[in-house]
Design a protein around this ligand. Structure first.
Ligand code: F3S
Length: 373
């Protein structure tokens, strides 16, 4: 594999930069990359103490290097300002804070969100090394930026070196659609079902029955990435590269329908983190009525700050809007029996990661349920 003079020098240094470069070279050789490519940003996932535990904490604290490109990070295990209200214990709090300090020392921007594209939107054609699978599908498909599905460790190596291996979706011809799909019904469920039907290296060319809203495309991206290794899709008049390739002939149809219910004692929205538009939609659906159930929304600190007007109104109606964390990576949701969600990613991960059951509904039905006695 070809390495530039700078890259050779990094590899020879004998420190953590060299180790990071070694990881990228190994991955590059595995995937027969001809070279590395410079990236505009990195995004590191799996930073909740709940995910990585003591081993992850010690690894991050041991790193002696600096990130060389703008690097954002995924949600932590609690809202940094309201952790007491979330009933997080002191030990968990202290370990999570150490993880964040280690990441800050490395040079990370403590965005604590799985929607880095709302914090700092990449440009069309930018090469990235992002490790949050929902954000990878969003960035490749809806923005036209280029990233493979990085792992937590490779995104850190990429953040340190400012490079990633040039293969897969970094190369235009590998971004061609492979199968045509007609999609109808609930898009979060449709994405999840579609992912189960396709192989991980497929790139669907999606015809939506109805023009989706931006947040529905985000839910679709997240669920597609949950049930498969798929990293992008195209859709005519929606995604920027849909017209760049021949449309595949093979065709399948997917309908997003299905139910899962339990007696929910918490409605949890924001997987992936909500946008300002979603906050506005929830407020409209509430239509001035107070919620009669626990209703939590998860968003990024940035959207929270930019939407204080909406947050204030939501909280007056009894909704809690938390930042920096989510219903899957925070132990705060363990004390509930059943969570109602509108995200197929949350539907998939809550039973695996938390001590509660899960129920799925559309956003409209979640809000209706929250208002019911
Ligand atoms: Fe984000 Fe948590 Fe869902 S990190 S994509 S809200 S599982």
């Amino acid at each position: 594999m070809y390495l530039s003079k700078d890259e050779e020098e990094m590899l020879e240094r004998g420190d953590d930069v060299a180790k990071a470069m070694q990881i990228l070279v190994t991955i590059g050789k595995m995937f027969e990359a001809e070279r590395l490519i410079k990236i505009r940003s990195a995004h590191v996932s799996g930073i909740s103490y709940d995910n990585i535990g003591d081993a992850g904490l010690e690894f991050l604290e041991s790193l002696k290097a600096k990130f060389s490109v703008p690097t954002t990070i995924n949600p932590a295990g609690f809202d940094l300002l309201r952790w007491k209200e979330m009933r997080i214990d002191d030990e968990f709090y202290n370990k999570q804070i150490r993880i964040l300090k280690a990441l800050k020392d490395l040079g990370a921007n403590l965005t604590l969100t799985c929607t880095p594209y709302y914090v700092n939107r990449p440009n069309f054609g930018d090469h990235l090394a992002w490790a949050e699978s929902s954000a990878v599908v969003y960035a490749n498909s809806l923005i036209g930026a280029r990233t493979n599905r990085e792992a937590g460790i490779t995104s850190i190596a990429a953040a340190i070196t400012g490079r990633t291996a040039y293969f897969g979706l970094h190369i235009k011809e590998n971004r061609a659609p492979t199968v045509k799909v007609k999609v109808s019904g609930n898009l979060a469920l449709a994405g999840y079902i579609l992912g189960k039907e396709l192989k991980g290296n497929e790139i669907p060319y999606v015809i939506f029955e109805k023009k989706p809203l931006e947040f529905e495309l985000k839910l679709f991206s997240a669920s597609l990435a949950t049930s498969s290794g798929i990293a992008m899709f195209h859709s005519p008049e929606i995604t920027p590269e849909a017209e760049d390739f021949e449309v595949p002939r093979e065709k399948i149809e997917v309908e997003g329908k299905g139910e899962k219910s339990c007696d929910a004692d918490l409605i949890a929205i924001g997987c992936p983190h909500t946008s300002r538009e979603e906050l506005k939609t929830i407020l409209e659906l509430l239509n001035g009525e107070k919620v009669k159930k626990n209703f939590w929304i998860f968003t990024s600190r940035k959207i929270f700050e930019e939407s204080k007007d909406l947050v204030e109104k939501l909280e007056k109606l009894g909704v809690k809007v938390f930042c920096d964390t989510c219903m899957v990576v925070s132990p705060a949701t363990d004390k509930f029996n059943c969570l109602m969600v509108n995200s197929a990613k949350a539907l998939h991960y809550i039973p695996l990661r938390r001590k509660c059951h899960v129920s799925f509904s559309s956003l409209e039905d979640c809000v209706r349920y929250a208002k019911s006695p």
